[in-house]
Design a protein around this ligand. Sequence first.
Ligand SMILES: Nc1ncnc2c1ncn2[C@@H]1O[C@H](COP(=O)(O)OP(=O)(O)O)[C@@H](O)[C@H]1O
Ligand SMILES: [Mg+2]
Length: 261
Amino acid sequence: MLEVENLEVAYSRVIVAVQGVSLKVPEHSIVALLGTNGAGKSTTVRAISGFLPVDDADIRKGAIRFAGQSIRGLAPYDVARRGVVLVPERRKIFETLTVEENLRIAPRVGGSSAAGTIERLFGIFPVLAERRKQISGYLSGGERQMLAISQALLCNPKLLIVDELSLGLAPRLVKELMARLQELRETFKLSILLIEQDARSALAIADYGYILEGGRVVYEGTAEKLRGHGDVQEFYLGSGDGARTSYRDVKQYRRSRRWWG
Ligand SMILES: Nc1ncnc2c1ncn2[C@@H]1O[C@H](COP(=O)(O)OP(=O)(O)O)[C@@H](O)[C@H]1O
Ligand SMILES: [Mg+2]
């Protein structure tokens, strides 16, 4: 459904943040894009959703296709109209408005009646229903993420891209939100591209994953394969001693151990 091919992105025309990234999100799948801070995850998804100009960045190479058509270089609104909707990292909500007002003013595309969908969202996130008349500034971190996801759903996405859902949230809450995303895939017939540093949580619900480092995909495979992969476990799933700073280091270390040890 989404195909990114050999994508290269530069900030201010000089700083290359993404170099030759290719990835696919098939219909009705959950795909994880994993990597540590600065790996190029947000840059990749901002390129897909049309937000690069905001940061003086541009696509230097590559193709981005959705449902067989090129969406490379389209403005965010046009990308959203085709069904690709981003919940950005550290998404801001309007803190002085109520939960319900935040949903009513959310930009939406497609023909469904807003009220109907808002009630449906309240059914999925009962906490938001309970707090619909409350000022959003008082919501917890998890509830804010639910609100941000709900706003994105009002755009009738076919592909929902969620950037760092887990940021600053307790593990138990992350687990619950991930489970909710799985439900949303069924309810709304979605595909989901999940951007995460928290590999464990993402791989728990993903079908397939890519590991990004230094702007390149260094490893990819089914979630099952990634979960069982020694290097991935050691570096991303925290079973190692934490001395190595990157997935590449882990690979290097293993190779040297094979040679010398
Ligand atoms: N607005 C920007 N201007 C210049 N460089 C940026 C900007 N945003 C991100 N970068 C750089 O691009 C690289 C990738 O960043 P980013 O895509 O945000 O990584 P991630 O989301 O994986 O943490 C980093 O080296 C970062 O410093
Ligand atoms: Mg990021």
